[in-house]
Design a protein around this ligand. Sequence first.
Ligand code: SF4
Length: 346
Amino acid sequence: MAVVFDIKTDPRRSGSLVDAGGADQPADLVSNMSATADTARPRHPEKAHRPDQPILKKPDWIRVKAPGSPAWAATNKIVRDNKLVTVCEEAGCPNIGECWEKKHATFMIMGDTCTRACAFCNIRTGLPAALDPNEPESVADAVAKLGLSHVVITSVDRDDLADGGAQHFAQTIAAIRRRAPKTTIEILTPDFLRKDGALETVVAARPDVFNHNLETVPSKYLKVRPGARYFHSIRLLQQVKQLDPTIFTKSGIMVGLGEEREEVLQLMDDLRTAEVDFLTIGQYLQPTKKHHPVIRFVEPSEFKSFEAVANAKGFLLVSSSPFTRSSHHAGEDFARLQARRKAHLG
Ligand code: SF4
C-alpha cells in the first residue's frame, strides 16, 4: 500500500499552511475528507484495543497547504461524480491541497478496505466488498475528464482474491489506454504475496511505471508491515524489470520509524541490485494514537544527504524530503525519468 499519513486540514482555510499529521486531527474533518466514510464500522478494528502511542510534537518544517481552492473543488467534484476512492483522502495525505489544485489525484481501486493491517497505515481494514466490474471504466472516465497527462493508480491489498486483484489492475490500465491514449500510467501495487501469476498479468498490461513500496527497512517489518516480506518485495521489483525492461520501476520508504541510517543505505543497495530506477523517501507521520509512533522527525538536511547518497548509488531519480510521497509530483517525475533514461542511453 502507499505511504500514508493523516493531516490536519481545514478546507475553510484555503491556501493557508497548516500542521500535517498527528492524532490531534479533528475527527469531523477526517470524515469530511473521506469519500467513503462509514461511521458505523470502526476504521481499524484490529488496532482499537492497542495501547495509545505517544505523539511527538511536530517541528516547524512539517507544514502543508490546506485544500479548498476552486481547482481543488473541481477535482473533488469529478472524484465524487465518478464515485471514486482516492488514496489522497483515505490515507489523509498531507499533500492533497497542492496535488488536487493541480488536478493530480491518486485513484485507489478495489474498494476502500484493506485485508492487511500495517501499523503505519490509515486505510480502513477489514473484509472488503466484491469488486466493482464497472470501476475500470469509471476510473478511465475520470482520467479523461481531468485531462491527465500522467495518472497514478493504487489499490488496497486484496489477499481475499485468488489473483490479489491483478486482473482488475490490468483491466483498469486497458480502460485508460482506450479512453485516454496519451495519458501515461503509473501503478502502485500490493506485493501479490503467494499469488502465482499475478505479477505477470499486471506487467503484461504494460504500465509506464511500476511502483511497489518497501515502506521501511527489513528490521522494522515485523512491527510496521507484519503481513509482508522484505525480500519478496525486492524480488517483485526485480521480476518486473526481468519481464519488461522498458517499464520504469520505483519504490519508496518512510523514515522516522526508528530505522538506522546504515539500514537505509543497505536498502538502497538492495533496490539497486533489483535495478530499481526511482527511490522516494519521506517522513512518516502518525495517523492516530493507535498507530506506530513517530520515533523522530528527520531533519531536512538528512533527507538531502540521503538523496545525494542514493544518486551516487546509481538511481535514475531520487526524491527525498519530509513531504515526499510515492505519487507526489509523479507526472513531472515521469518526464524526468524519461529524459534521464534517454541521456543514459546516449
Ligand atoms: S501525494 Fe499522492 S496521495 Fe498525496 S495528495 Fe498527492 S497524489 Fe494524493
